[in-house]
Design a protein around this ligand. Structure first.
Ligand code: PMP
Length: 451
C-alpha cells in the first residue's frame, strides 16, 4: 500500500499517503509519527478491499460497530431512500418519521422503565448527555449538591471532558489535562470474572464509598459485563446486580454505557440482561446504525425526565445541530429491523463456540497471559504491552484487519462472518501471539497504544 502513493481510485482521486501523513490526524497518533495507514477503497460483507486490490477480513467491525457487515442491501436501501427525501433537518421544533420510528423501536427493545430518548451524534456525547441528565435530575428534586460521579477503574466512556473524567484514572487522560478534568470517585475494577460469583471485597469497597460520599454522588456509571477499551475484561454479572442494589439503597442513579456492548455483542441483546437489572439512564451508539453512520442515543426513565423538567432550567440543557439526523435514523431503523429478525442470536452463539475452540491452543504460548471469549468477542491477552505499529503489517500479510491495543489481541467481528473467515481471524491471532512468544524477552518493546 505504502508503495502505491501515485495510484488513483475508481473516481480518479489520488491515494496520496504522504499528504495524509502530513495533514490528517488519525486517532491517538502524532503528526510526526510514521504510523502505518492502509487505504480502503470499498467494503462488502466482512471484507475490506484496499487501494491495491488486497482483501482483508475485518476482525474489528470498524471499531465494534458494523455488526451486519458492510454494504448490507437493507441498510443501503433505507439510507438511499432517506437521502433522496430528507438527509438532514434541524430537530428544534421539527420532527420526522425516521426519529419517531426509531424511538418506538428503542423503547420496545430496551427495558421497560426507559421511555425517553435523546439522540446525539457520538458515543462520547451520549455519555455527556447521560451525566448532564443525572445532574439536572438531582437539581430538579432539590438535591443540587449531588454532582459527583462514581465508577469502576479500567473503564472507558469517551474522549470528551465529562466522559474522560470517568475513564480509568491511570490511563493518562487525567494527568494530561489536569484540573480541566473533574475529579470523580473510583473503586477498583471487579475482580471476579464473568461466570464467577462476585468478590465480596469488591462489593464492600463500593458500599464504603457510598457510605462516605452518597450525599454528593449523582450517579454511578459503568460498562456492563465487558470493560472494552480498558483491556477487554469480562466481569461477574453478580457484581452488576450488587451495583444496582447499592445505587437503590443510597439514592444514586445508575448510568449503563452499552455503547460497545449493546445490540447483541455479549450474547444478550443488552449486557445488563446478564444481571437481570435495569438502568436509570442508558447510553447507546456504535452498532445502533450497524456502523454505517454516526448516531448515539441516551435513554432515561420517566422519573429522570420529570426531575429534569422540575429543575431550575425547566428544560434539558443540550441540543446538538445534528440531533436525530434523519439519514442516521433511517440507517438505525434498518439495522434494528435486522436485529429484531433475531438471527444475531444463533450467529453470536456460533461465533462464541468457534472462538472458544480455536483460541484454546493459544493458552500454551509462553507470553500468553489469558485467553477469553464472551459472545462475539475473542481475546488473547499477552503478558506485556504490544507495539501496534509493528504488529499491524503482520496481520495485513495474514489477510486480516486486527488492531491490538495495550496487551490484548482481540477480535469483535461482524455477526455475519462465515466460519471460514472466522478461522482466518483466529489463526492470525494465534500466529502473532506465537510470534511474540517466540521473540526473546529482551527485544520485547513496551509501547502503549490505543485501540
Ligand atoms: N463508551 C464506550 C463503552 C466505548 O467503547 C466508546 C468508544 N469505544 C465510547 C463510549 C465513545 O464512543 P465514541 O467513540 O463514539 O465517542
Amino acid at each position: 500500500n505504502e508503495n502505491s502513493v501515485n495510484s488513483v481510485n475508481s473516481e480518479n482521486q489520488a491515494w496520496d499517503f504522504d499528504f495524509d501523513r502530513q495533514h490528517i490526524w488519525h486517532p491517538y497518533t502524532s503528526m510526526n509519527q510514521a504510523f502505518p495507514v492502509i487505504g480502503v477503497e470499498s467494503a462488502d460483507g466482512c471484507e475490506l478491499t484496499l487501494n491495491d486490490g488486497t482483501k482483508l477480513i475485518d476482525g474489528t467491525s470498524s471499531w465494534w460497530a458494523c455488526v451486519h457487515g458492510y454494504n448490507h442491501p437493507k441498510i443501503i436501501s433505507a439510507m438511499s431512500k432517506q437521502l433522496n427525501m430528507l438527509p438532514h433537518i434541524m430537530f428544534g421544533g421539527i420532527t420526522h418519521t425516521p426519529a419517531i420510528e426509531l424511538t418506538k423501536k428503542l423503547i420496545e427493545m430496551t427495558c421497560k422503565p426507559l421511555t425517553k430518548v435523546f439522540f446525539s451524534d457520538s458515543g462520547s456525547i451520549a455519555v455527556e448527555v447521560a451525566i448532564k441528565m443525572a445532574l439536572q435530575y438531582w437539581q430538579g428534586i432539590g438535591k443540587a449538591n449531588k454532582q459527583k460521579l462514581i465508577t469502576i477503574k479500567r473503564g472507558y466512556h469517551g474522549d470528551s471532558f465529562a466522559s474522560m473524567s470517568v475513564c480509568d484514572p491511570d490511563n493518562g487522560m487525567h494527568t494530561m489535562f489536569g484540573d480541566a478534568v473533574t475529579k470523580q470517585h473510583f473503586v477498583k475494577a471487579p475482580q471476579a470474572k464473568f461466570g464467577e460469583p462476585v468478590n465480596s471485597g469488591d462489593v464492600e469497597a463500593l458500599r464504603h464509598k457510598f457510605i462516605s460520599h452518597h450525599n454528593s454522588i449523582a450517579a454511578m456509571i459503568l460498562e456492563p459485563i465487558k470493560q472494552g477499551a480498558g483491556g477487554m475484561y469480562f466481569y461477574s454479572a453478580e457484581y452488576l446486580k450488587e451495583v444496582r442494589a447499592l445505587c437503590d439503597e443510597f439514592n444514586v442513579l445508575l448510568i449503563i454505557d452499552e455503547i460497545a456492548t449493546g445490540f447483541g455483542r455479549t450474547g444478550k441483546l443488552f449486557a445488563y440482561e446478564h444481571a437481570d437489572i435495569t438502568p436509570d439512564i442508558l447510553c447507546l451508539g456504535k452498532a445502533l446504525t450497524g456502523g454505517y453512520i454516526s448516531l448515539a442515543a441516551t435513554l432515561c426513565t420517566d422519573k429522570v425526565a420529570k426531575g429534569i423538567s422540575d429543575s431550575p432550567a425547566g428544560v434539558f440543557m443540550h441540543g446538538p445541530t445534528f440531533m436525530a439526523n434523519p439519514l442516521a435514523c433511517s440507517a438505525a431503523n434498518a439495522s434494528l429491523d435486522l436485529i429484531n429478525e433475531g438471527k444475531w442470536q444463533s450467529q453470536v452463539i456460533n461465533l462464541e463456540k468457534q472462538m472458544v475452540a480455536e483460541l484454546e491452543e493459544a493458552k500454551c504460548y509462553t507470553a500468553v497471559k489469558d485467553v477469553r471469549v464472551l459472545g462475539s468477542i475473542g481475546v488473547i491477552e499477552m503478558d506485556h504491552s504490544l507495539n501496534a505499529a509493528e504488529l499491524q503489517p503482520h496481520f495485513t500479510e495474514l489477510g486480516v484487519w486486527i488492531r491490538v491495543f495495550g496487551s490484548v489481541i482481540y477480535i469483535m467481528p461482524p455477526y455475519t462472518i462465515s466460519p471460514k473467515q472466522l478461522t482466518q481471524l483466529t489463526t492470525a491471532m494465534k500466529v502473532v501471539a506465537k510470534m511474540i512468544s517466540d521473540t526473546p524477552a529482551s527485544t520485547k518493546k513496551v509501547f502503549i497504544s490505543h485501540g
